[in-house]
Design a protein around this ligand. Structure first.
Ligand code: UDP
Ligand code: MG
Length: 318
């Protein structure tokens, strides 16, 4: 209740067009919750600049000096990506409950109040779930839905249509921070952590300014990182593929020998050699590729490199 402090963590990458409209809304949300005794007066907004190349950091600095004691800014030493900017904010914030939200207001901050209410009912994690995704393009919606069901089928527990808009209690966040993997897929880790949870449904809005920082390439990379961090199903699929391929090859061999031994026609020639050759060759390459991906994953994890570096701090976290 009124003695529960809230930390809102916002990753920002080249958001100079968005911050002038989103900062006032986020601050108003915070002030309103304080005024109505839902959270304590020392609640704060944490803005993490993910190595932006535009004026984002200058705007964050200004917000920190205009709203001292309420806004804290961290600047990462370079662009690391959304998940890393998020973990930097989560690791360095102070608060009894922590909400992560994007800087572009696509996830409406008015839902934070519902999340806080859900928390007060005894939930450690409250997932923001996109009920309607009309604001997203057809392509984004279709790929996202396909992805969530693929993950489900591979045995990965994800909350359907939940991205990274969520509330966590201090104990749930601390548990999540114990996961030290360097390749982050936070929405997967949070399910591993457990604790009582509930959901808040909302309609996703269109981005009103600036453009999406998630082009197809980054989306695919996050999607693959999610699969390879939480499932070894692709390795199992290779085994199945291998079994099928060798079954097919055996049939082919029986057929070829049959023609040679029983029939009197000579083997027609290169087609029967080339087809299995190409088939087996491509299966082998594909398999090596998938095994390589997991090997690369081990290689990257074993180095245990730091996940980010903070180069500047503004505002006080006390
Ligand atoms: N973001 C970030 N680093 C990046 C890319 C994005 O911190 O390398 C932030 C971005 O500023 C925004 C959030 O992550 O606050 C989500 O990005 P975006 O809105 O572009 O993604 P989309 O909503 O299109 O999936
Ligand atoms: Mg967005």
């Amino acid at each position: 209740m009124e003695n529960t402090s809230l930390a809102i963590v916002v990753p920002c990458y080249n958001e100079e067009e968005m911050l002038p409209s989103s900062l006032p809304v986020l601050l108003a949300t915070l002030n309103d919750l304080v005024a109505r005794n839902k959270i304590s007066a020392d609640s704060k907004l944490y803005l993490v600049d993910d190595g932006s190349t535009d004026n984002t950091w200058e705007q964050i600095e200004r917000a920190c000096s205009d709203h001292q004691g309420q806004v804290v800014g961290f600047k990462l030493s370079r662009n690391r990506g959304h998940q890393y900017a998020l973990i930097a904010g989560l690791e360095n914030c102070v608060g009894d409950i922590i909400v992560s939200i994007d800087a572009d207001l696509q996830d409406d901050p008015s839902n934070i109040e519902k999340m806080v209410d859900e928390h007060h009912k005894g939930n450690d994690v409250v997932y923001g779930v996109r009920a309607a995704r009309d604001a997203d393009t057809f392509f984004k919606r279709a790929t996202a839905e396909g992805y969530y069901s693929l993950m489900r089928r591979m045995g990965v527990d994800l909350v359907f249509n939940h991205a990274d808009f969520r509330l966590m209690s201090r104990r749930a966040l601390n548990a999540m921070l114990e996961y030290r993997e360097s390749q982050l897929f936070l929405r997967g880790i949070v399910r591993e952590v457990g604790f009582p949870s509930s959901t808040v449904e909302y309609d996703r809005q269109v981005r009103v300014a600036g453009e999406s920082k998630y082009p197809l390439r980054k989306m695919l990379s996050l999607a693959w990182s999610g699969i390879s961090s939480f499932s070894t199903a692709p390795l199992r699929a290779i085994t199945v593929l291998g079994i099928c391929a060798s079954g097919l090859s055996m049939l082919m061999i029986v057929w070829v020998l049959g023609i040679r031994l029983i029939g009197d026609t000579a083997i027609p020639g290169w087609a029967s050699i080339l087809a299995p050759l190409l088939f087996i060759g491509s299966v082998q390459l594909l398999s090596l590729g998938v095994i390589g991906e997991y090997l690369a994953k081990i290689y990257n994890e074993i180095k245990q490199r730091p996940r980010y570096h903070i180069s500047e701090k503004r505002g006080s976290i006390k």
